[in-house]
Design a protein around this ligand. Structure first.
Ligand SMILES: Nc1ncnc2c1ncn2[C@@H]1O[C@H](COP(=O)(O)OP(=O)(O)OP(=O)(O)O)[C@@H](O)[C@H]1O
Length: 244
């Protein structure tokens, strides 16, 4: 099959088993470079499993994952991470006992103290996520769920990324924080980052998504432009069982 040059990431016929369970049943997902792709679907549809398979945290038992024209299906997670792909899981993986600064420092390559971090990039991150600056020297565990989510995304982008993958970024966020998160992802996209977001919040998806893929029962059941889907109430209803 010829590779599409507009795609940064492509899954072809991916099957994933978790132990004895067959979870993904031939996932085809095309992620255009420089855009925001929304992965939607009901609970248990296979969205998180798809992200974990991309990151090598689960191994595809069939099919392939191509990134920037390279087959990464068999690569181990650390090798995948060095390809400038960052993944923020749903539980965020924040170290509660460490300060916000220390959480970010851990993700900064080659920096052993804050003075060695790229200050221009840090200022940019502070502008995107004011809570990160405000609570810089506070233990991350003391922050609200929304603030932790900001720290988790900030940590993922402390180094420049080509692909950022975030599982449910809007989960539990107050409306003002949702707007902040949308602005931050828009700024990241404008800076050239390709983004994949798993979402349950269809308003969030509608405002940010360029491309959309909808999963059900371990398969992609619809893929296309977000704007087109957002205008098709009936299709949205039939795919997700809710209205946008
Ligand atoms: N570690 C596991 N062991 C067994 N089954 C699992 C495991 N993780 C996920 N599953 C199952 O795989 C299916 C897909 O789960 P997944 O978390 O990928 O769905 P999801 O679309 O991300 O849903 P949610 O929004 O609820 O997280 C579900 O039926 C789930 O129960």
């Amino acid at each position: 099959m010829t590779a599409r040059t507009d795609l940064l990431l492509e899954l072809r016929g991916v099957h994933t088993h978790i132990g004895a369970y067959h979870i993904l049943h031939g996932v085809d997902l095309a992620v255009p470079r420089g855009e925001v792709t929304m992965l939607l679907g009901r609970n248990g549809a296979g969205k998180t499993t798809t992200l974990r398979t991309i990151m090598g945290l689960w191994r595809a038992s069939q099919g392939s994952v191509h990134y920037a024209g390279r087959d990464i299906t068999q690569l181990a997670t650390p090798a995948i991470a060095t390809l400038n792909i960052a993944y923020v899981p749903e539980n965020m993986g924040i170290f509660a006992d460490l300060t916000v600064k220390e959480n970010l420092l851990l993700a900064a390559r080659g920096a052993s103290h804050a003075g060695q971090m790229d200050s221009t990039r840090l200022d940019w991150i502070f502008a995107l996520f004011p809570a990160v600056k405000k609570f810089w020297n506070h233990p991350a565990g003391k922050l609200s769920g929304g603030q932790k989510q900001m720290v988790a995304v900030a940590r993922a982008i402390v180094e420049p990324r080509d692909l950022l993958i975030v599982d449910e970024p809007s989960k539990g966020l107050a409306p003002a924080m949702i707007n902040n998160m949308i602005d931050a992802f828009s700024a990241l996209k404008a800076a050239g980052c390709t983004i994949i977001l798993v979402e349950q919040n269809t308003q969030f998806a509608k405002r940010l998504g360029d491309e959309v893929a909808i999963m059900d029962n371990g398969r992609i059941v619809h893929a296309g432009r977000m704007a087109a889907l957002a205008q098709d109430e009936a299709l949205m209803q039939s795919l997700l069982g809710l209205s946008i």
